[in-house]
Design a protein around this ligand. Sequence first.
Ligand code: TXA
Ligand code: MG
Length: 343
Amino acid sequence: MQTEVLSVNPSEPEPDVIARAAKVLDQGGLVAFPTETVYGLGARAFDPVAVAKIFAAKGRPANNPLIVHFAAPPFDASSSDSFWPAAAQRLAARFWPGPLTLVLPKPPGVPVIVTAGGSTWAVRMPDHAVTYALLSAAGPLAAPSANVSTAVSPTTAEHVLSSLRGKIDLILDGGPCPGGIESTVLDLTSSPPCVLRPGPILPSELSAVIGHVTASEIRLSGEHGPLPSPGTSIRHYAPRATLECYRDPAETSARVNQLAKSDARVRWLRCSPLARIVLGAEQIQMSQDAPGYAAQLYGALHDADRHGADYVILDLPPDDEEWLAVRDRLRRAATVWKNTVER
Ligand code: TXA
Ligand code: MG
Protein backbone atom coordinates (compact mmCIF):
# COMPACT_ATOMS: atom_id res chain seq x y z
CA MET A 1 0.00 0.00 0.00
CA GLN A 2 1.17 3.51 -0.83
CA THR A 3 0.87 5.94 2.10
CA GLU A 4 -0.17 9.37 0.91
CA VAL A 5 0.82 12.49 2.89
CA LEU A 6 -1.26 15.65 2.58
CA SER A 7 -0.40 18.97 4.20
CA VAL A 8 -3.18 20.61 6.11
CA ASN A 9 -3.37 24.02 7.77
CA PRO A 10 -3.48 23.26 11.52
CA SER A 11 -5.71 26.21 12.42
CA GLU A 12 -7.82 26.52 9.26
CA PRO A 13 -7.91 23.09 7.60
CA GLU A 14 -8.58 23.21 3.86
CA PRO A 15 -12.06 21.74 3.15
CA ASP A 16 -10.83 19.77 0.11
CA VAL A 17 -8.12 18.06 2.19
CA ILE A 18 -10.62 17.14 4.90
CA ALA A 19 -13.07 15.88 2.26
CA ARG A 20 -10.36 13.66 0.77
CA ALA A 21 -9.52 12.19 4.20
CA ALA A 22 -13.21 11.66 5.00
CA LYS A 23 -13.59 9.77 1.73
CA VAL A 24 -10.72 7.43 2.60
CA LEU A 25 -12.36 6.78 6.00
CA ASP A 26 -15.79 6.26 4.39
CA GLN A 27 -14.23 3.57 2.23
CA GLY A 28 -12.95 1.78 5.31
CA GLY A 29 -9.39 3.15 5.17
CA LEU A 30 -6.97 4.39 7.84
CA VAL A 31 -6.03 8.05 8.21
CA ALA A 32 -3.44 9.48 10.62
CA PHE A 33 -4.23 12.98 11.85
CA PRO A 34 -2.90 15.52 14.35
CA THR A 35 -4.62 16.17 17.68
CA GLU A 36 -3.66 18.52 20.52
CA THR A 37 -1.81 15.61 22.20
CA VAL A 38 -0.19 13.23 19.66
CA TYR A 39 -1.01 11.98 16.14
CA GLY A 40 -3.90 9.51 16.07
CA LEU A 41 -4.55 6.66 13.62
CA GLY A 42 -8.25 6.76 12.81
CA ALA A 43 -10.84 4.40 11.39
CA ARG A 44 -14.60 4.85 11.48
CA ALA A 45 -15.57 3.71 14.96
CA PHE A 46 -18.71 1.86 13.95
CA ASP A 47 -17.05 -0.07 11.10
CA PRO A 48 -15.49 -3.17 12.73
CA VAL A 49 -13.68 -4.19 9.54
CA ALA A 50 -11.97 -0.79 9.34
CA VAL A 51 -11.14 -0.85 13.06
CA ALA A 52 -9.53 -4.28 12.64
CA LYS A 53 -7.08 -2.67 10.20
CA ILE A 54 -5.83 -0.40 13.01
CA PHE A 55 -4.84 -3.42 15.10
CA ALA A 56 -3.13 -5.01 12.09
CA ALA A 57 -1.21 -1.86 11.08
CA LYS A 58 0.04 -1.20 14.63
CA GLY A 59 0.63 -4.81 15.64
CA ARG A 60 -1.56 -3.93 18.60
CA PRO A 61 -2.71 -6.78 20.86
CA ALA A 62 -6.46 -7.39 20.43
CA ASN A 63 -6.97 -7.01 24.21
CA ASN A 64 -6.01 -3.30 24.19
CA PRO A 65 -9.15 -1.17 23.66
CA LEU A 66 -9.31 2.04 21.59
CA ILE A 67 -10.52 5.56 22.36
CA VAL A 68 -13.49 6.82 20.33
CA HIS A 69 -13.07 10.46 19.29
CA PHE A 70 -16.03 12.81 18.83
CA ALA A 71 -16.55 16.31 17.41
CA ALA A 72 -19.12 16.94 20.18
CA PRO A 73 -19.94 15.09 23.42
CA PRO A 74 -21.74 11.81 22.61
CA PHE A 75 -24.40 12.60 25.23
CA ASP A 76 -25.78 15.66 27.01
CA ALA A 77 -27.20 16.59 30.40
CA SER A 78 -30.55 15.03 29.52
CA SER A 79 -29.03 11.62 28.71
CA SER A 80 -29.49 8.43 30.72
CA ASP A 81 -27.43 8.38 33.88
CA SER A 82 -26.13 4.88 33.28
CA PHE A 83 -24.25 5.80 30.09
CA TRP A 84 -23.56 9.45 30.95
CA PRO A 85 -23.26 9.97 34.71
CA ALA A 86 -23.39 13.49 36.18
CA ALA A 87 -19.60 13.40 36.70
CA ALA A 88 -19.09 12.87 32.94
CA GLN A 89 -21.32 15.82 32.15
CA ARG A 90 -19.44 18.07 34.60
CA LEU A 91 -16.01 16.98 33.36
CA ALA A 92 -17.00 17.36 29.71
CA ALA A 93 -18.36 20.84 30.40
CA ARG A 94 -15.11 21.82 32.11
CA PHE A 95 -12.40 20.07 30.03
CA TRP A 96 -13.80 19.33 26.54
CA PRO A 97 -12.64 19.89 23.97
CA GLY A 98 -9.35 18.86 25.55
CA PRO A 99 -6.92 16.11 26.54
CA LEU A 100 -9.23 14.12 28.84
CA THR A 101 -10.50 10.62 27.99
CA LEU A 102 -13.44 9.23 29.95
CA VAL A 103 -14.02 5.51 30.45
CA LEU A 104 -17.77 4.84 30.68
CA PRO A 105 -20.17 1.92 30.43
CA LYS A 106 -20.34 0.79 26.80
CA PRO A 107 -23.67 1.56 25.13
CA PRO A 108 -25.20 -1.05 22.81
CA GLY A 109 -24.03 -0.71 19.22
CA VAL A 110 -20.36 0.00 19.91
CA PRO A 111 -18.40 -2.75 18.11
CA VAL A 112 -16.70 -5.19 20.49
CA ILE A 113 -13.42 -4.82 18.62
CA VAL A 114 -13.27 -1.17 19.73
CA THR A 115 -13.58 -2.06 23.41
CA ALA A 116 -11.51 -5.26 23.12
CA GLY A 117 -14.56 -7.21 24.22
CA GLY A 118 -14.91 -5.19 27.44
CA SER A 119 -18.05 -3.69 28.96
CA THR A 120 -16.68 -0.12 28.94
CA TRP A 121 -15.64 2.30 26.23
CA ALA A 122 -13.29 5.28 26.25
CA VAL A 123 -14.39 8.59 24.70
CA ARG A 124 -12.80 11.95 24.13
CA MET A 125 -13.37 15.23 22.28
CA PRO A 126 -10.02 16.56 21.05
CA ASP A 127 -9.10 20.24 20.92
CA HIS A 128 -7.58 20.66 17.46
CA ALA A 129 -9.10 22.31 14.39
CA VAL A 130 -8.00 19.48 12.05
CA THR A 131 -9.41 16.76 14.30
CA TYR A 132 -12.60 18.71 14.71
CA ALA A 133 -13.05 19.17 10.96
CA LEU A 134 -12.28 15.52 10.26
CA LEU A 135 -14.65 14.21 12.94
CA SER A 136 -17.36 16.57 11.71
CA ALA A 137 -16.96 15.25 8.17
CA ALA A 138 -16.37 11.54 8.85
CA GLY A 139 -18.18 10.89 12.14
CA PRO A 140 -16.70 9.33 15.32
CA LEU A 141 -13.27 7.75 14.86
CA ALA A 142 -11.61 5.01 16.88
CA ALA A 143 -8.00 6.12 17.13
CA PRO A 144 -4.94 5.02 19.06
CA SER A 145 -1.66 6.89 18.80
CA ALA A 146 -0.29 6.51 15.25
CA ASN A 147 2.78 4.39 16.03
CA VAL A 148 3.59 0.70 15.98
CA SER A 149 2.60 -0.89 19.28
CA THR A 150 4.85 -0.07 22.31
CA ALA A 151 6.95 2.50 20.39
CA VAL A 152 7.17 6.21 21.19
CA SER A 153 4.00 8.09 20.19
CA PRO A 154 4.28 10.40 17.16
CA THR A 155 4.12 14.17 17.51
CA THR A 156 4.87 14.96 13.85
CA ALA A 157 3.77 13.52 10.51
CA GLU A 158 7.39 12.39 9.90
CA HIS A 159 7.22 10.26 13.06
CA VAL A 160 4.03 8.62 11.75
CA LEU A 161 5.54 8.01 8.33
CA SER A 162 8.70 6.46 9.73
CA SER A 163 6.72 3.89 11.70
CA LEU A 164 3.63 3.23 9.55
CA ARG A 165 4.71 3.90 5.96
CA GLY A 166 3.05 1.41 3.62
CA LYS A 167 0.62 0.24 6.30
CA ILE A 168 -1.92 3.08 6.25
CA ASP A 169 -3.70 5.02 3.51
CA LEU A 170 -3.19 8.66 4.39
CA ILE A 171 -1.42 11.01 6.79
CA LEU A 172 -2.68 14.55 7.34
CA ASP A 173 0.41 16.63 8.08
CA GLY A 174 -0.71 19.49 10.30
CA GLY A 175 2.71 20.15 11.87
CA PRO A 176 3.80 19.26 15.39
CA CYS A 177 1.19 18.46 18.06
CA PRO A 178 1.15 21.28 20.63
CA GLY A 179 0.72 19.11 23.76
CA GLY A 180 3.10 16.28 22.91
CA ILE A 181 1.85 13.73 25.45
CA GLU A 182 -1.25 11.51 25.43
CA SER A 183 -4.56 12.46 27.09
CA THR A 184 -5.37 11.77 30.73
CA VAL A 185 -7.51 8.60 30.93
CA LEU A 186 -10.07 8.64 33.76
CA ASP A 187 -12.20 5.60 34.58
CA LEU A 188 -15.62 6.80 35.71
CA THR A 189 -16.96 3.26 36.13
CA SER A 190 -14.93 2.69 39.31
CA SER A 191 -15.70 4.29 42.64
CA PRO A 192 -13.96 6.58 43.35
CA PRO A 193 -13.03 7.40 39.74
CA CYS A 194 -9.51 6.29 38.88
CA VAL A 195 -6.82 7.88 36.68
CA LEU A 196 -5.63 4.99 34.48
CA ARG A 197 -3.10 7.10 32.59
CA PRO A 198 -1.80 10.43 33.86
CA GLY A 199 -1.80 13.18 31.24
CA PRO A 200 -2.11 16.92 30.73
CA ILE A 201 -5.22 17.23 32.97
CA LEU A 202 -3.98 16.70 36.55
CA PRO A 203 -5.69 14.60 39.24
CA SER A 204 -6.13 17.73 41.39
CA GLU A 205 -7.93 19.46 38.50
CA LEU A 206 -10.28 16.46 38.18
CA SER A 207 -10.87 16.37 41.95
CA ALA A 208 -11.76 20.05 41.92
CA VAL A 209 -14.70 19.19 39.64
CA ILE A 210 -15.90 15.77 40.82
CA GLY A 211 -14.32 15.19 44.24
CA HIS A 212 -11.91 12.44 45.19
CA VAL A 213 -10.12 10.53 42.41
CA THR A 214 -7.48 7.84 42.82
CA ALA A 215 -4.57 6.92 40.59
CA SER A 216 -3.99 3.44 39.23
CA GLU A 217 -1.37 1.54 41.28
CA ILE A 218 0.70 0.25 38.36
CA ARG A 219 1.09 3.71 36.90
CA LEU A 220 2.55 5.08 40.08
CA SER A 221 4.61 2.24 41.55
CA GLY A 222 8.28 3.02 41.15
CA GLU A 223 7.65 6.76 41.37
CA HIS A 224 9.28 6.89 44.77
CA GLY A 225 12.02 4.34 44.41
CA PRO A 226 13.93 2.29 41.92
CA LEU A 227 12.03 -0.28 39.91
CA PRO A 228 12.26 -3.79 41.38
CA SER A 229 13.95 -4.92 38.18
CA PRO A 230 13.84 -3.65 34.62
CA GLY A 231 12.27 -6.92 33.46
CA THR A 232 9.20 -6.38 35.60
CA SER A 233 8.49 -2.91 34.26
CA ILE A 234 5.80 -2.48 31.65
CA ARG A 235 8.08 -1.40 28.85
CA HIS A 236 6.15 0.99 26.70
CA TYR A 237 6.64 4.25 24.83
CA ALA A 238 10.26 3.16 24.46
CA PRO A 239 12.84 4.43 21.97
CA ARG A 240 15.31 1.98 20.37
CA ALA A 241 18.12 3.58 22.35
CA THR A 242 18.62 2.49 25.96
CA LEU A 243 17.01 5.11 28.18
CA GLU A 244 18.51 5.79 31.60
CA CYS A 245 17.01 8.23 34.11
CA TYR A 246 18.82 9.58 37.18
CA ARG A 247 17.67 11.79 40.01
CA ASP A 248 21.14 12.98 41.03
CA PRO A 249 22.68 15.49 38.55
CA ALA A 250 26.17 14.38 39.66
CA GLU A 251 25.32 10.79 38.74
CA THR A 252 23.91 11.89 35.38
CA SER A 253 27.08 13.73 34.43
CA ALA A 254 29.25 10.85 35.65
CA ARG A 255 27.29 8.35 33.56
CA VAL A 256 27.32 10.58 30.47
CA ASN A 257 31.04 11.09 30.93
CA GLN A 258 31.68 7.36 31.22
CA LEU A 259 29.64 6.62 28.08
CA ALA A 260 31.18 9.50 26.14
CA LYS A 261 34.62 7.97 26.73
CA SER A 262 33.49 4.62 25.37
CA ASP A 263 32.45 3.99 21.77
CA ALA A 264 28.78 4.46 22.58
CA ARG A 265 26.75 7.25 21.01
CA VAL A 266 25.10 9.12 23.83
CA ARG A 267 22.44 11.83 23.96
CA TRP A 268 21.84 13.76 27.09
CA LEU A 269 18.44 15.37 27.65
CA ARG A 270 19.39 18.02 30.19
CA CYS A 271 16.78 19.25 32.59
CA SER A 272 18.65 20.13 35.76
CA PRO A 273 20.75 23.29 35.45
CA LEU A 274 23.07 21.78 38.09
CA ALA A 275 24.68 19.03 36.02
CA ARG A 276 28.20 19.61 34.66
CA ILE A 277 28.78 19.98 30.92
CA VAL A 278 30.35 16.83 29.46
CA LEU A 279 32.40 16.91 26.27
CA GLY A 280 31.75 14.23 23.66
CA ALA A 281 28.04 13.83 24.35
CA GLU A 282 25.25 15.45 22.40
CA GLN A 283 23.30 17.60 24.78
CA ILE A 284 19.73 18.72 24.33
CA GLN A 285 18.46 21.36 26.73
CA MET A 286 14.93 20.44 27.80
CA SER A 287 12.32 22.91 28.99
CA GLN A 288 12.21 23.51 32.74
CA ASP A 289 8.41 23.57 32.87
CA ALA A 290 6.26 20.46 32.58
CA PRO A 291 4.06 21.41 29.57
CA GLY A 292 7.12 22.62 27.64
CA TYR A 293 9.03 19.44 28.49
CA ALA A 294 6.07 17.25 27.49
CA ALA A 295 5.84 19.03 24.14
CA GLN A 296 9.55 18.30 23.49
CA LEU A 297 9.95 14.80 24.93
CA TYR A 298 8.75 12.42 22.22
CA GLY A 299 10.41 14.52 19.51
CA ALA A 300 13.69 14.28 21.42
CA LEU A 301 13.37 10.47 21.73
CA HIS A 302 12.48 10.06 18.04
CA ASP A 303 15.43 12.29 17.17
CA ALA A 304 17.83 10.22 19.24
CA ASP A 305 16.73 7.09 17.36
CA ARG A 306 16.98 8.82 13.99
CA HIS A 307 20.57 9.78 14.78
CA GLY A 308 21.45 6.26 15.89
CA ALA A 309 22.01 7.05 19.57
CA ASP A 310 22.85 3.98 21.68
CA TYR A 311 21.96 5.70 24.94
CA VAL A 312 19.66 8.49 26.02
CA ILE A 313 20.51 9.77 29.48
CA LEU A 314 18.32 12.21 31.34
CA ASP A 315 17.88 14.01 34.64
CA LEU A 316 14.59 13.11 36.27
CA PRO A 317 12.26 16.08 36.53
CA PRO A 318 10.81 17.00 39.96
CA ASP A 319 8.33 14.86 41.90
CA ASP A 320 5.55 17.49 41.63
CA GLU A 321 2.09 16.61 40.39
CA GLU A 322 2.46 18.66 37.22
CA TRP A 323 5.29 16.32 36.14
CA LEU A 324 3.24 13.14 36.79
CA ALA A 325 2.53 12.34 33.12
CA VAL A 326 6.10 12.98 31.96
CA ARG A 327 7.47 10.81 34.78
CA ASP A 328 4.96 8.04 33.99
CA ARG A 329 6.07 7.91 30.34
CA LEU A 330 9.75 8.04 31.27
CA ARG A 331 9.35 5.28 33.80
CA ARG A 332 7.73 3.02 31.22
CA ALA A 333 10.38 3.77 28.62
CA ALA A 334 13.39 3.53 30.94
CA THR A 335 15.79 0.62 31.29
CA VAL A 336 17.46 2.30 34.27
CA TRP A 337 15.37 4.36 36.68
CA LYS A 338 17.28 5.73 39.64
CA ASN A 339 15.17 8.13 41.58
CA THR A 340 17.43 8.45 44.64
CA VAL A 341 20.37 10.63 45.57
CA GLU A 342 23.16 8.81 47.41
CA ARG A 343 25.15 11.06 49.65
O1 TXA B 1 -4.16 11.60 23.49
C1 TXA B 1 -4.61 10.48 23.24
O2 TXA B 1 -5.34 9.85 24.04
C2 TXA B 1 -4.24 9.85 21.89
C3 TXA B 1 -4.88 10.69 20.79
C4 TXA B 1 -4.67 10.09 19.43
O3 TXA B 1 -6.25 10.83 21.06
N1 TXA B 1 -4.69 8.49 21.83
C5 TXA B 1 -4.06 7.49 22.50
O4 TXA B 1 -4.61 6.24 22.26
O5 TXA B 1 -3.14 7.68 23.25
P1 TXA B 1 -3.87 4.89 22.67
O6 TXA B 1 -4.71 3.81 22.09
O7 TXA B 1 -2.47 4.95 22.27
O8 TXA B 1 -4.02 4.86 24.23
C6 TXA B 1 -5.33 4.70 24.79
C7 TXA B 1 -5.24 4.22 26.18
C8 TXA B 1 -4.65 2.82 26.26
O9 TXA B 1 -3.83 2.75 27.41
C9 TXA B 1 -5.89 1.96 26.42
O10 TXA B 1 -5.60 0.76 27.10
C10 TXA B 1 -6.80 2.87 27.22
O11 TXA B 1 -6.57 4.16 26.72
N2 TXA B 1 -8.21 2.51 27.04
C11 TXA B 1 -8.95 2.58 25.91
N3 TXA B 1 -10.21 2.13 26.13
C12 TXA B 1 -10.27 1.77 27.43
C13 TXA B 1 -11.29 1.22 28.25
N4 TXA B 1 -12.50 0.93 27.79
N5 TXA B 1 -10.98 0.97 29.54
C14 TXA B 1 -9.75 1.25 30.02
N6 TXA B 1 -8.75 1.77 29.30
C15 TXA B 1 -9.00 2.02 28.01
MG1 MG C 1 -0.51 4.60 22.24
